[in-house]
Design a protein around this ligand. Structure first.
Ligand code: FAD
Length: 489
């Protein structure tokens, strides 16, 4: 490190967010533009280069974190970019979206807040693009083998990029009209602007990867015929089958799944729609589910101009109350977490709940009731103990004319013809069955990402995409590969 004792003199400082009241008026990323670079060198210098980098072990990608912290502390951005891209195809995605298990592993965190690894990653990736350190890397020679990747989320994109660079001819099939999976139509632009996605897709096209959009395999494209046409197939179709809430009143108008709501808001940002048909404007919004998807609904509803927002979480409020700027995210769920969206909801101030940030913990939905036109008007809930048993006398109602269900996802869509068309074996929990080498029961067909792993994280999707590419390359080349495999299934 430029200053080996930097951690003794420099406190943790994160990329500042814009004031909540300002950022809810647009869909841009929540951070103050240009405010990261001036602080990031000294933050990287806080790395102790401890010699036992648990940060590296904690990252599914095996990111070489102490190495690039050192390079950033010395302002060697080109070398930092080379080391970062050696393990991660899309660091500007993880630098913005990852909950950063690396920071939970940081040895400095025994005594002080962890190094801001995620911010350092983001600074390297953004600088690399600005300085032109991320050229397309087309293969020197082609293998003559062809691979179809089904699904263009982070797992499919990582697999496609690795396989293209290894010399295979790769076509990505995507049922949506645009590339990106949940990065495109799930995750809102205020967490990651779509330009980052466009830039990578442009890089991949220049390397030779082909993209076919509006092509649902199993519906628009015959699955068995596709298998016969390619030497190998990678299924990276995500976990799109959402969990339901079976309570009285679920059928009322105005009760929607989060993934019915978020894609429409994302389409407004893309310029496809002037206004979302499910817009929260002027409505009392209740989000059922305490995870990231729920928080994304919250941030979206606030930007759309909701009259009030409330998020219900079945789990008890986490113990200590600390701001994540002082205590990094990964310590969740043991600590109370104030995400950007919760900060914004708190600032809306009209939350009907006593909770300042619009969350109600240890709350379970009993039923919805509606008006004479069959539209939801209220959500009735009960408090629960840690065993989710109802607490007598704790029933209450919230005004609700838009209810968003964010209860998680079980696995890929079983009804789109892909699973049956290929004859894939499935796990009882709803994910695609695969062996230790990412291979499904169908010869030459592999599975990666949320479709096989179950609902997870962007960093895991990229890691699985890289690893499945190694498995496919080994399969195609008769047993050997030079591609890295950071994780197993
Ligand atoms: P996906 O991103 O789901 O992509 C699968 C793609 O396959 C989709 O584009 C789909 O249209 C396509 N597809 C499906 N079936 C077919 C077919 N038959 N033919 C062709 N194409 C098909 N993770 C984080 O790390 N940080 C976050 O902040 C975060 N926020 C999230 C917010 C929301 C609202 C949600 C829902 C998830 C979030 N996640 C987050 C999780 C993360 O987005 C996923 O783990 C990740 O995107 C999974 O990648 P994937 O490539 O496996 O699948």
């Amino acid at each position: 490190m430029a200053d080996p004792k930097g951690f003794l003199t420099t406190p943790r400082e994160e990329w500042p967010r814009r004031p909540a009241g300002e950022r809810v008026r647009d869909w841009d990323e929540v951070y103050v533009p240009g405010a990261l670079l001036p602080i990031v060198g000294r933050q990287a210098d806080r790395c102790m280069d401890c010699g036992v980098p648990f940060c590296h072990e904690a990252c599914p990608l095996g990111n070489l974190i102490p190495e690039w912290n050192d390079l950033v502390s010395r302002s060697d951005w080109r070398a930092a970019s080379e080391r970062l891209h050696a393990t991660n195809n899309f660091p500007e995605f993880t630098g913005r979206l990852c909950p950063a298990p690396c920071e939970a592993g940081c040895v400095l965190a025994i005594n002080q807040p962890a190094v801001t690894i995620k911010n350092v990653e983001c600074a390297i990736a953004d600088t690399a693009w600005e300085e032109g350190f991320v050229p397309p890397l087309p293969p020197e020679r082609l293998s003559g083998r062809a691979v179809a990747v089904i699904g263009s989320g982070p797992a499919g994109l990582a697999a496609a990029q690795q396989l293209t660079r290894a010399g295979h001819t790769v076509a990505v099939y995507e049922r949506d009209d645009r590339i990106g999976g949940l990065l495109r139509y799930g995750i809102p632009a205020f967490k990651m602007e779509k330009r980052h996605l466009e830039r990578r897709v442009g890089q991949m096209r220049a390397e030779g990867t082909r993209f076919r959009t509006s092509a649902a395999v199993g519906r628009d494209v015959d699955a068995a015929a596709l298998r016969a046409r390619y030497d190998a197939v990678v299924i990276a179709t995500g976990a799109t089958a959402w969990r339901e809430l079976t309570v009285p009143g679920r059928e009322l108008a105005g009760v929607h799944q989060a993934m019915e709501y978020l894609p429409l808001a994302n389409r407004v940002c893309e310029g496809d729609l002037e206004r979302s048909p499910l817009s929260a404007a002027g409505r009392h919004v209740v989000v059922v589910g305490g995870g990231d998807t729920g928080a994304d609904c919250l941030g979206t509803a606030v930007r759309e101009g909701a009259a009030s927002v409330t998020q219900l979480d079945i789990y008890a409020r986490p113990g200590a109350e600390r701001d994540e700027r002082a205590e990094p995210w990964p310590t969740y769920p043991r600590l109370y977490r104030l995400s950007a969206a919760h900060e914004e909801a708190r600032d809306l101030r009209s939350a009907p709940a006593a909770d300042a940030d619009a969350r109600l913990f240890a709350a379970s939905t009993l039923r919805f009731t509606g008006d004479e036109r069959g539209h939801v008007r209220a959500l009735h809930l009960v408090g629960v103990d840690t065993g989710r048993r109802p607490l007598p006398g704790s029933e209450r109602s919230l005004p609700a004319d838009l209810v968003l269900l964010a209860l998680g996802f079980s696995g890929p869509d079983r009804h789109d013809g892909l699973v049956d068309g290929l004859g894939l074996d499935m796990e009882p929990r709803g994910t695609i069955t695969r062996d230790r080498g990412f291979a499904t029961n169908v010869p030459g067909v592999f599975a990666a990402g949320d479709a096989a792993r179950g609902q997870s994280l962007v960093v895991w999707a990229i890691a699985e995409g890289r690893a499945v590419a190694a498995a496919v390359d080994r399969h195609l080349s008769g047993g050997s590969t030079r591609l890295p495999a950071p994780v197993g299934p």
